[in-house]
Design a binder for this molecule. Structure first.
Ligand SMILES: C[C@@](CO)(OP(=O)(O)O)[C@H](O)COP(=O)(O)OP(=O)(O)OC[C@H]1O[C@@H](n2ccc(N)nc2=O)[C@H](O)[C@@H]1O
Ligand SMILES: Nc1ncnc2c1ncn2[C@@H]1O[C@H](COP(=O)(O)OP(=O)(O)O)[C@@H](O)[C@H]1O
Length: 307
């Protein structure tokens, strides 16, 4: 891709949650989580160029659904970096989207992480990873993971991360829906359901052992999402998506985050393609994609020399 002189291009991944255990809400209404994130090969690119003020354009999957006003997470990230460093320079941010909007795959969070890193480079701010992660946490619970990528265990609100050992690479089939689900609405439906409401949510050790072993058959037995029932209450047709993935021979299928994207695990790339073809034929999703994980977190792809 051709970028103007001085442009910085950063790529950040979308994520799926291999396990998502949810506890009782705290006094702010936030729910403590125990989750395993995996970054997958569906990316957001943010191209930052020098400008007098902050501005934004968006292209790619669901671009028309992304807010371009001050609520945009990439713009909020750039503004937070300005405030933190005292830098007054501006930037134009151009986002190229692959991650579906409001899909439970952390696309907005990936934009925020990419914008932080891109503006840090563009403005020569010189923040280290730890400082960037601290700013990321202020932008949203999923933003630190988009910076670090790979596979990680998230606790707290999902923003306290420890890396997870993973053997090999996994092949996923993603069933992407036409209309997104709102994260706060899904958490509210979870509370209405009575939820699991263990005060301290806990991950099964067997899941972490399965991940280390790199065997998709073992991992398949431990995919879990406490928000799945709440998402199914709000969107009953998601049951058809999971059933279609099962019929297609997926090893297991699970809702990612607050949905509505369903991630189905396959044995290998060939198996993933055959599961994807059958799910596509079932007409239960707008799009069916094949991805792999883990992939790295936000990273600079290119810095075009020039003034
Ligand atoms: C559920 C998860 C799982 O990875 O993913 P998504 O489905 O959004 O991708 C995340 O925890 C989402 O994180 P993120 O999308 O950054 O959420 P935030 O902007 O911080 O929160 C949006 C709203 O969701 C609710 N919320 C979020 C996280 C949490 N642990 N408890 C909550 O109750 C709150 O009502 C909050 O105001
Ligand atoms: N840069 C951005 N990209 C996508 N959505 C954004 C962005 N900034 C703010 N949003 C808002 O955040 C909401 C959640 O979006 P997203 O991160 O795509 O999904 P999810 O939280 O389900 O992973 C969207 O409905 C949108 O209104």
């Amino acid at each position: 891709m051709n970028h103007p002189p001085g442009a910085v291009c950063v790529r950040a991944p979308g994520k799926i949650n291999l396990a998502l255990r949810v506890g009782a809400p705290d006094e702010d209404g936030y729910h403590p989580l125990a989750t395993v994130f995996q970054a997958v090969s569906l990316h957001e690119d943010v191209i930052a160029t020098r400008a007098d003020a902050l501005s934004l354009t968006v292209e790619g999957r669901d671009a028309e659904r992304v807010p371009t006003d001050d609520s945009n997470l990439a713009l909020r990230a750039a503004r937070l970096l300005q405030e933190h460093t005292g830098i007054t320079a501006g930037a134009h941010l151009h986002i190229v989207k692959q991650v579906p909007v409001a899909g439970g795959m952390g696309g907005g969070s990936a934009d925020a992480a990419a914008a932080l890193l891109a503006c840090d480079q563009l403005w020569d701010a010189g923040l280290d990873r730890e400082q960037l992660v601290r700013l990321a946490r202020r932008l949203g619970a999923d933003v630190p993971f988009a910076l670090t990528g790979l596979t990680a265990i998230g606790s707290g609100r999902g923003d306290v991360l420890t890396s997870a050992m993973v053997g090999g690479s996994y092949h996923w089939v993603l069933a992407v829906q036409d209309t997104g689900l709102s994260t706060p609405e899904v958490f509210a439906a979870f509370d209405d359901d009575g939820g699991t409401h263990a005060p301290a949510p806990h991950l099964d050790d067997a899941l972490l052992v399965a991940l280390r072993g790199g065997d998709p058959l073992a991992l398949a037995r431990h995919l879990v999402n406490d928000l799945e029932e709440a998402a199914l209450d709000l969107r009953p047709e998601l049951g058809d998506v999971i059933a279609a993935a099962d019929r297609a021979g997926a090893l297991a299928a699970v809702l990612s985050g607050s949905g509505p994207t369903v991630a189905a695990l396959a044995l290998d790339e060939r198996h993933a393609r055959s599961v994807a073809a059958v799910v596509q034929e079932a007409e239960v999703a707008r799009e069916v994609l094949v991805v792999t994980g883990p992939v790295p977190g936000a990273r600079v792809l290119e810095q075009v020399s020039g003034s």
